[in-house]
Structure formats: structure tokens, C-alpha cells
Design a protein around this ligand. Structure first.
Ligand code: ADP
Length: 467
């Protein structure tokens, strides 16, 4: 079974969020069970691309409206990953330091056209094309409708929605950039007067998946305008919970953390990581340490954190660390709290993969007051590292965390509000004082299995169900 994943992100090459983690893991686990799974992604100017060698696989020109652009397909020379990655290199468009920019309409149009142009030339075509999010949302349409890709239209295309908030909207003026198709079918591209790549993907893909069963249900009444479309297409849609890459996210072998540990050594392991964090960030190590890691955006409920934390920190019996970047105002408010709660609170405004691992390892609790959480990986990482997740009951968080009050192992709240966050922190504080139960819970959550094995099989079953 030959599968090609097409994605804007893939860990460890280029990561902005969970999409990268999924695309960096799923092909690996598919290959482990006998598939032949590879990834096509853009060639960005990242640390990874600067520090590896690449071979030229294919070279051609692509047509983007009235522009003709040269593109290369590159492959990593050394076998550093456990699956093949092919890169689309369009020097003037895709070779940027950040994954996303202000010119994404043209960038991802060129990427998708180049990817299909190249697939068209392959002797052994993929059995399945698996697209991820709106950046690849026009592929299901083009593979089905564009005359030049006619020979691909029997290949099933699957689209996974990692996040339906972002849809890749573009104005109708961009229509001429899409390889020619029967204009009577233009409606497949459109939603609410705009070309909407995510909507086009939902309409044209052979199957649509989302990254958790609860998110699939929620999208039918909250999908940033696509609710009725998702309800209409629900017969071909299914929610498959993401796994975590248990080789990368393993406290026993994690190279980023200060001290490795497993279930039997969790106390001393977490203690060493917590002590390091507390000394680096000037926090009191004797207090329960609450953490937040993530994009500082409305979806994550991040704008509520400054006030909620400010309030919770008044009692001076907790320590808090925040790692994230995003909305400037939230960044500033979170930064300003550092002086106010010196010794009990600190924040690193930015992106730091290593620090994130140490926080999962060293914190006692991880906060996720998300408004929208398609799957959420942070809570699964935190479980694996023996850190109690404090989550809002939504999307994948609802599918993976059970409240201690319901014989579970985490702390859940219903609303995205400052009050709910503070109450949840107080419940965490209380739980922390019951050291015997707290320590037993740590061991328990470390053994909850969220590895990719189950989800990988679900994807393979889904592919098989198409034929
Ligand atoms: P999303 O994709 O919506 O951002 P997920 O929970 O699916 O959320 O995935 C988030 C991923 O990004 C996790 O691996 C998390 O550790 C990582 N991450 C988010 N923000 C940061 C940051 N500032 N520094 C390091 N890692 C981060």
C-alpha cells in the first residue's frame, strides 16, 4: 500500500503545532505495519534544511496563473527519518524562514500544483493521497476536476482536518491560478462567496477525517462557517484520535530533558527536572508547579490566562511557568506578570522545543483551557511524563482526560472562563496536598497508552474501506 501524505508541516523538519507532530509520526507507524508511506512538503529555510544534504529527484516548471515558476523535488540524502520525505522547492515562494507568511495563497497554490505535477510523472503512483488541512485542500479538487490531472482521478484522496478554524480563504480573482477544469463545477471550490480550500477538500475528498471523535461531532455545530457542509458530508467523515510518537515523547529516553525517568523512578526524575526549571526561572520548587505550553491565541483560551493566573498567584502557594507565543497583547500581559509575581511565576515568550520537553517533565500540572481543541497533543504528552492535565471539556481533551471526581486522573472544567481556570487550579492544589494519591496517579497516567498503534490501524482500515 503506497501512501503519500501532503502537508505544510512535518516534525522535525518544520513545526508550528500539532500538525507537524502528526505528519512526523503517522507515516513512520504506517511503515512499521507494512505500508509504504512518504511525505511531500515545502522546502523551507529552516535549521533542518540548512543542516542536511538533499538530492535532486525531479525538476520542472509549474504554471501559476500567468507565471511560470521553476520547481525542484528534493529528497534528504541521509536516512534520518523512518519514512521518505520529498520537498517541493520553489525558491522565490516557499523557501522562507517561517512556515506561514502573508503570501500563503500563492505559496500553497504553487506547492499543491508542483506536488500533483510531480505525482503525475511517477511510474508507480500512490494508492492513496492523504492531505492535511487547508494548505493542501485544493488537491482533492484538482485531482478530481483539473484536466491535466485526469490520470490521477481514480486515486482515493483523504483529507484530515487538524483545525477547521483556518480554511485558506482566497478571493475569486485567484480562480485562474487553478489548473483548468470544467467551470460548471466551480461551485465545488466555493463557500460563502470565496474560494475556500478546506470546504473544497470536504466536498471533493473521498473520505474526511478529523483528529478526534468529539471534534467531529462538534464541527457539525461549530466549524467557523462550515457546519452545514460537515453535517451534509458526515457519511464520509470520521474522527480518529491522534496518537503520540512514543519514541520522541518518552521520558525514559528523551534527550531534551534534564534527567530521564520511568514509572518506577518518576519521583526523582520529575524532581530533577522541576529543580532545573525552578532554578532557571526563579521559581519556588517547594510549590506545585502549573504550566501552560502553546500558541497564545483565542482557541487556546490564552487571553484568559493573565487575569486567571494573576488571581491564582495571589495566594502565593503555587508556581507557574508559561511557554508560548502568539497574540502580542497576551504576550505582553503574560510578560508583565513576571515582575508582579517574582519568584512564583515566569514566562518564556517564544518557541522552544527543548524547553517544552523539560516543562512536560518538570511540571506537576499542565493547563489547557482551550476554546477549541481538535485533538490536543499536549495533554497526551503531559500524561506520558506524569504531569496532571487540567483541561476544558472540549474536542480531543474530552476524549482523553477523565476528571478525578469521576474516578479519573485529570482535572476537567466546562467553561472557558477565568473563574473555571482558577477553580481548576485550586482543585489541583488540593490534589497535590494528598501526596499519596497524587504520586499513585502519576504512575497511573504514565502508563495510559496513547501511542500511534491504534490510530494507525484505524487509518489503514479507513483506506481499505474505500475500495
Ligand atoms: P496546536 O497544533 O493547535 O498548536 P496541539 O496540542 O495539537 O496544538 O500541538 C501543539 C504542539 O506544539 C505540541 O507539541 C506543543 O508542545 C508544541 N508547542 C506549542 N507551542 C510551543 C512553544 N511555544 N514552544 C515549544 N513547543 C510548543
Amino acid at each position: 500500500m503506497k501512501i503519500i501524505h501532503i502537508s505544510a508541516e512535518c516534525y522535525p523538519i518544520a513545526k508550528v503545532g500539532g500538525l507537524a507532530d502528526v505528519v512526523g509520526a503517522l507515516p513512520k507507524y504506517q511503515n512499521e505495519i507494512g505500508a509504504n508511506s512518504a511525505v511531500i512538503m515545502p522546502f523551507y529555510n529552516t535549521k533542518f534544511t540548512q543542516s542536511h544534504k538533499f538530492t535532486l529527484v525531479y525538476q520542472a516548471n509549474l504554471i501559476l496563473g500567468n507565471q511560470e515558476l521553476n520547481f525542484d523535488i528534493l529528497k534528504i540524502e541521509d536516512a534520518v527519518l523512518e519514512f521518505d520525505v520529498f520537498f517541493v522547492h520553489v525558491k522565490d515562494l516557499l523557501y522562507t524562514e517561517s512556515v506561514y507568511t502573508d503570501n500563503d495563497t500563492n505559496r500553497f497554490l504553487a506547492f499543491q500544483i508542483a506536488a500533483l505535477d510531480w505525482i503525475l510523472t511517477l511510474k508507480k503512483k500512490p494508492d492513496y493521497i492523504h492531505c492535511h488541512d487547508h494548505h493542501t485542500g485544493l488537491i482533492p479538487f484538482m485531482a478530481q476536476e483539473s484536466y491535466k490531472y485526469e490520470s490521477l482521478n481514480k486515486i482515493p484522496v483523504i483529507t484530515t482536518i487538524h483545525n477547521a478554524q483556518y480554511q485558506g480563504w482566497m478571493s475569486y480573482d485567484n480562480l485562474y491560478k487553478i489548473p483548468e477544469f470544467n467551470i460548471e463545477n466551480v461551485g465545488l471550490l466555493m463557500w460563502d462567496g470565496m474560494i475556500n480550500p478546506l470546504a473544497a477538500a470536504i466536498k471533493c475528498a473521498w473520505r474526511v477525517t478529523t483528529v478526534s471523535p468529539s471534534y467531529m461531532e462538534e464541527l457539525k455545530y461549530s466549524a467557523n462557517g462550515l457546519e452545514s457542509l460537515l453535517s451534509h458530508e458526515s457519511s464520509k467523515a470520521v474522527g480518529i484520535l491522534n496518537g503520540i510518537d512514543s519514541a520522541v515523547w518518552n521520558p525514559e529516553t528523551d534527550k531534551f530533558i534534564i534527567k530521564n525517568y520511568k514509572k518506577t523512578t518518576v519521583e526523582s526524575g520529575k524532581k530533577a527536572n522541576k529543580e532545573w526549571l525552578c532554578s532557571q526561572f526563579n521559581l519556588d520548587k517547594s510549590k506545585p508547579l502549573f504550566a501552560f505550553i502553546g500558541r497564545l491565541v483565542g482557541e487556546k483560551g490564552a487571553e484568559l490566562l493573565p487575569h486567571a493566573l494573576d488571581y491564582a498567584l495571589r495566594s502565593k502557594d503555587i508556581a507557574v511557568i508559561v511557554l508560548g507565543s502568539g497574540a502580542k497583547e497576551t504576550e505582553k500581559e503574560l510578560f508583565d506578570l513576571i515582575l508582579k509575581h517574582k519568584g512564583n511565576y515566569n514566562a518564556f515568550i517564544g518557541y522552544d522545543e527543548k524547553l517544552s520537553h523539560i516543562i512536560y517533565a518538570g511540571a506537576d500540572f499542565l493547563l489547557m483551557p482551550s476554546r477549541v481543541e481538535p485533538c490536543g497533543l499536549n495533554q497526551m504528552y503531559s500524561l506520558r511524563y506524569g504531569t496532571v492535565p487540567i483541561v476544558r471539556r472540549i474536542g480531543g481533551l474530552k476524549d482523553t482526560v477523565v476528571d478525578i471526581g469521576d474516578h479519573g486522573f485529570g482535572i476537567c472544567h466546562n467553561e472557558v472562563s477565568e473563574q473555571d481556570i482558577v477553580v481548576a487550579i485550586n482543585r489541583g492544589k488540593e490534589f497535590y496536598t494528598q501526596q499519596k494519591e497524587f504520586k499513585a496517579n502519576r504512575k497511573h497516567i504514565m502508563s495510559i497508552d496513547h501511542s500511534w498503534e491504534v490510530s494507525t490501524k484505524a487509518y489503514i482500515n479507513l483506506y481499505n474501506s474505500i475500495n
